[in-house]
Ligand binder design. Structure first.
Ligand code: PEP
Length: 246
């Protein structure tokens, strides 16, 4: 039985003024049956970890470097995130793939680094609108999955987030059939590559304009084990109903 996961990606939003939102969430979900993860900016990670300690809410990073340490100005290693209190890290988000030209091989190396220190790697995949309209969605997703996910993955240290680029922050959401098609495809690809235990055990999140109003119908789609949520994770009042819908 895969545990449901609601993961919030604060992106480059949030200073210490946001910590009361996190505190409200931690108080509301201190004993929740679902897993709740908030990924604040790296600068806020440690303070966020302190706020959620003693609750069921965990914190994670939004990216890590593939190297253990060294001359990489501005970057954070997986070990640094872990040391700051993270239990997971988002990798290969489309904004990183676009803004920082991250390719599948780089995402894979980062995932290996994250797993090596005991972090769960939340690997993001997703097609552009142009690719969807050209009928290339499954080809694109399949290649990203193959290239971004390390061989050493397990059902515990890997989560996949399907995030169509055209749905992120736009208010546009794929049809439930389109979500189901991609999640079913991902499940089958994982089973084919890694076998039944990992393939059926890895959690598959949907991400892209998940809101309180559409969460329940998305979570009812087969093989959707939760969500990666951007905008609606910034306020406890918006994120709480999404968690409740799981
Ligand atoms: C995201 O950034 O991963 C995301 C899904 O954003 P939003 O929920 O705002 O579309």
């Amino acid at each position: 039985m895969r545990q449901k996961l609601a993961a919030g990606n604060w992106k480059m939003n949030g200073t210490s003024a946001m910590l009361p939102e996190l505190k409200a969430l931690a108080e509301a979900y201190g004993t929740a049956g679902v897993e709740v993860l908030i990924c604040p900016p790296a600068a806020l990670l440690h303070r966020a970890a302190v706020v959620v300690s003693d609750s069921a809410v965990a914190v994670g990073g939004q990216d890590c470097h593939a190297a253990v340490s060294g001359a990489h100005t501005g970057d954070n290693s997986a070990e640094m995130l872990k040391d700051a209190g993270a239990s997971a890290v988002i990798l290969g988000h489309s904004e990183r793939r676009t803004d920082h030209s991250e390719r599948d091989a780089a995402v894979c190396a980062k995932a290996e680094a994250a797993m090596a220190v005991g972090l769960t790697a939340i690997v993001c995949l997703g097609e552009s609108l142009q690719q969807r309209e050209a009928g290339e969605t499954l080809t694109v997703i399949g290649a990203q999955l193959q290239g971004s996910v390390p061989d050493g993955s397990t059902a515990d240290n890997l989560v996949i987030a399907y995030e169509p680029i055209w749905a992120i922050g736009t208010g546009k959401v794929p049809t439930l059939e389109q979500i189901g098609e991609v999640h079913g495809f991902l499940r089958a690809q994982l089973v084919a590559r890694f076998g039944d235990e990992l393939g059926t055990g890895v959690r598959l999140l949907y991400g892209g304009s998940v809101k309180p109003g559409n969460a329940a119908e998305i979570f009812a789609v087969e093989d959707v084990d939760g969500a990666l949520v951007g905008g609606a994770s910034l306020k406890a009042a918006d994120f709480a109903p999404i968690i409740a819908a799981l």
